[in-house]
Design a protein around this ligand. Structure first.
Ligand code: GLU
Length: 281
């Protein structure tokens, strides 16, 4: 049996791109008589807004989606992130970093899939761990883990190549865990066997595969789906005027009809699907 999930961050209201992502995960699970879980990724203290959670649930119901079991909240799992952090520290794979974002930007010499690559400024320095972020020593971690493979259902077999990300942050200064660590641990804790997410996050899966190896976690399959894009090819964003699902819902639009349209690639005017690295779902 497969288990998939939709894992929105309540940093803003859901838009059509989220609706598409939720439908892909839900439909793949249902088509294979599997389970579909809903996980709220609410550990970004400065951006996460609890009042948006009921809106997200209402949006998904409006689209006609049902999920199995209780909704899972990352904020209830902080202890597991801290424990994994301690384990990686004990393995000598994390180091504290006090660099500010501006310092990282100024010092970065290369760009990786996530933006500027951290040049390792604090790697061999004495750094006060109090209030520090903790970064993974990527070269050392890759050496320890050895060659790793993973499979994307659309793009096929992959050799894990997390090196271009550099020493990413796993424990953040202002949050208990970074996206990479929390999502990897949660997918394992939730028994997710098929990780679906947009092709824009394809690269992140290389890092997640490495973390799975280091932390002895089960390895799921992945399905990186295409992204809804605007006429200029850019991803949907509410700040550029993509309507929130909640707005459409309140305006009396039919959510199930919208879901049916998205499922059959009848996209609202001006939108299209960029298949990304795979092919259309
Ligand atoms: N919370 C992440 C997002 O909304 C989830 C990405 C993922 O599915 O891993 O982008």
């Amino acid at each position: 049996m497969i288990r998939a999930r939709f894992a929105p961050s309540p940093n803003g209201l859901l838009h059509l791109g989220h609706a598409y992502a939720a439908l892909v995960a839900h439909d793949l699970a249902r088509a294979r008589e599997g389970e579909f879980l809903l996980r709220i990724e609410d550990i970004d203290g400065s951006r996460s807004r609890a009042e948006l959670v009921p809106e997200i649930l209402a949006d998904l119901e409006w689209l006609g989606l049902t999920w199995d079991g209780p909704v899972v909240f990352q904020s209830a799992r902080l202890a597991s992130y801290a424990a994994a952090g301690e384990r990686l520290k004990a393995m000598g794979l994390l180091y504290p970093c006090q660099c500010t974002r501006a310092e990282v930007l100024a010092a970065a010499e290369t760009a990786g899939p996530d933006g500027p690559v951290y040049p390792g400024t604090c790697r061999d320095r004495e750094v006060d761990p109090a209030g520090a972020a903790w970064r993974i020593d990527m070269a050392r971690a890759i050496e320890l883990a050895g060659p790793l493979a993973w499979t994307d259902e659309l793009a096929g077999p992959q050799r894990a190549d997390p090196a271009p990300f550099g020493d990413v942050v796993l424990l953040r200064k202002e949050a208990p865990a970074s996206y990479h660590l929390a999502a990897t641990l949660d997918d394992a804790a939730d028994g997710i066997t098929l990780v679906t997410r947009g092709a824009d996050l394809f690269g992140a899966s290389h890092v997640h595969r490495l973390l799975q190896a280091l932390l002895d976690l089960p390895v799921p399959r992945w399905h990186h789906h295409g992204l809804l894009v605007e006429a200029d090819g850019r991803k949907l964003a509410k700040r550029r005027g993509s309507p929130a699902l909640a707005q459409l819902r309140r305006a009396g639009e039919d959510g199930r009809a919208l879901a049916a349209a998205l499922r059959t690639a009848r996209f609202p005017a001006g939108l299209s699907l960029d298949p990304g690295l795979g092919s259309a779902p």
